[in-house]
Design a protein around this ligand. Sequence first.
Ligand code: SAM
Length: 459
Amino acid sequence: MYSLLIFAAVLPVTFIQSIQSVKGFQKEAFEAVHAAEKQLTSVRINPSKNVSSLDIINNASQVYWCEHGFYLPLRPSFTFDPQFHAGMYYVQEASSMFLWHVLNQTVTNPTQKKVLDLCAAPGGKTTLLSSFFTDGLIVSNEVIKSRANILVENVTKWGSENIVVTNNDPSHFKSLENFFDVIVIDAPCSGSGMFRKDKNAIKEWSLDNVVLCSQRQQRIVADVLPALKEDGVLIYSTCSYSKEENEDMVDWLMTTFELETVCIPFDASWGIVESESEQNRGFGYRFYPDQVEGEGFFIAVLKKTKPSPEKKYKEQAIALPVKNDLQILQSFITIPEHFSLFKHDTQIRMLHQLWLQDLKIIAGSLYIKKAGICVGEIKGKDVVPHHELALSTLDLKDSPVISLDKDDALQYLRKNDIIVDTSNGWNIVKYGAARLGWMKVMPNRMNNYYPAEWKILKQ
Ligand code: SAM
């Protein structure tokens, strides 16, 4: 009781007052759940990797709204789990995984869709999208450069071949008119939904910031909306409880643009609150931590009704590898026929052939940080395989394998030397089914090719 009083006093009074009349808000239960300081930990497994041996989900319970989501009984140290570094799962807050259910309910035919994740770092929604749209093209964008690097790291670990990471301002998407079937905007927000997890979010919260965030959210959506096709789906979410950033945004969107609200059916036992915007009765879905097993979250879905004019896009040419390089590469690895190979600087990359033309269009307007999977580069008569290839889901059956136990796997991930008895040349390093990276074995030494910038520093 004592701690409840202290903590309740810490939640800003202006915040409580500002959400008092918002649908579903129950003051006492809300304050009590924040006072209890219970920490939930959830992960989403990677269905395109071999997750049958995944240790982390032993004794875990299912997240109702996402078939790949699990609550863990305790929070482990993910840093010391090689399966985490292998991208076999992603640590993601459970409410955010509701995106899976939303997609199941709104995208009736998920084949070959072009999807934009506009505010993507660190990559939670992007990795979910790539698991949902298995043959789609996911453009995963982050405007802040340093955060775009974290996004590249998480996308690389996830290993999907269907993601293009870009580093652009939302206004740069204007030239891609009518290009995307689905746009996800997980908008930067005032962050009240994270109050239970992050005490700094409480300190930084203010009414002024809510207003600033809502203005920024309007700018972001207005900038990117032309890039959505007719009948395309706009998914808007925040981790804020404030009406100004949620239902009022839905109202503003429906008033300003030709957008229809989409209703998402769900199971009442999940504890999610369906709300409606005041003016246009647009649907939104609210997550309160006293009512759902998850943090604060809001999501709404809108469909574009405006007809799309034909559009001729600017393109940038993409270089193809020369025949000799292809021959050298093919003696190292078998690339399935449905992939196209192309060059970026000295690297040879691969992407599903279906998306090569779209990649040229994307390159014509955006700054690409990573497209598809980097296979490697040709040096003289040899292939230097790339880390992205090791972490991809591509079959690497022709490569010799170094199988490590957990201690040695952690040594490898620290980029330390490891001594094993194995064949000369490039070896793929594995911990169980998890691929961790490459080692080059020579007669008198072994080189650890784990990327220096990602090595584990914690002892
Ligand atoms: N979708 C991410 C995920 O699931 O992991 C979380 C995204 S976070 C809520 C919002 C992101 O928007 C941040 O990465 C932030 O850097 C980015 N952002 C900040 N200002 C922005 C702006 N003006 N335009 C677009 N994105 C912005």
